[in-house]
Design a protein around this ligand. Structure first.
Ligand SMILES: [Mg+2]
Length: 218
């Protein structure tokens, strides 16, 4: 937790927080099954049982989605994530992306390459990109995550964790929770200001900056 630098490090999970994993996975599953996506509810549990997966079927289809349908390269961004991250970054917050996409022993090259390409294509600012296995902790001052087990483990180890609202984490009732990226931004600014004493916060809406990479590359 305690960092030697004077920056405030925000550990940001990708799937279900910045990348709309449920949405893209549903599109791919609908294609594979030849059914209407609406037959698989967006309001789903962590184990996707509402989508009718049998034992081990989730990992089977997830692999196909990643390897054959480029899922990590083609997910939509969750509303407001890019602009909020730019403003936080401009305010001096150190963005450390944390992803658990290497949890199975295949396709690491594609998972890493597609993730990096996706971050660029969607103008997501970051200073570090961490691909983790089981352990969620990477020395951040605060974490933003949607996975119930990560939220619980990180908090149990004494970390500040903002739970990003998803249908599968509503059973966690205590602790900070953000229902939108607007709420994330406010909470992070407050946490960082509390730790660092002051912070050059930008007002939301001013030079949001998600298109700034284009401007720099011109
Ligand atoms: Mg996640």
């Amino acid at each position: 937790m305690a960092t030697t630098s004077n920056a405030f490090i925000l550990g940001v999970d990708l799937d279900g927080v910045v990348a709309n994993h449920t949405w893209r996975f549903r599109e791919i599953m609908a294609e594979l099954r030849g059914v209407d996506p609406e037959t698989m509810p967006i309001e789903r549990s962590w184990d996707f049982h509402e989508w009718g997966f049998g034992p081990d079927e989730y990992s089977h289809y997830h692999r196909i989605a990643v390897m054959e349908h480029d899922m990590f390269r083609t997910m939509p961004v969750i509303d407001g994530a890019a602009d909020a991250l730019w403003r936080l970054s401009d305010a001096g917050i150190w963005i450390r992306i944390i992803t658990h996409r290497l949890y199975v022993h295949w396709g690491h090259e594609k998972a890493v390459a597609d993730t990096a390409a996706w971050l660029d294509a969607n103008r997501i600012p970051y200073r570090d990109l961490c691909f983790l296995g089981a352990k969620p902790q990477v020395e951040a001052d605060a974490y933003l995550d949607d996975a119930p087990h990560n939220i619980e483990q990180l908090r149990a180890a004494g970390n500040v964790v903002i739970a990003f609202e998803q249908p599968y984490n509503r059973q966690i009732v205590d602790g900070p929770r953000a229902r939108s990226w607007g709420e994330v931004e406010e909470m992070v600014i407050e946490l960082a200001a509390g730790q660092l004493g002051q912070l050059q916060a930008q007002l939301p809406g001013i030079d949001a900056g998600a298109d700034r990479i284009d401007q720099h590359h011109r």
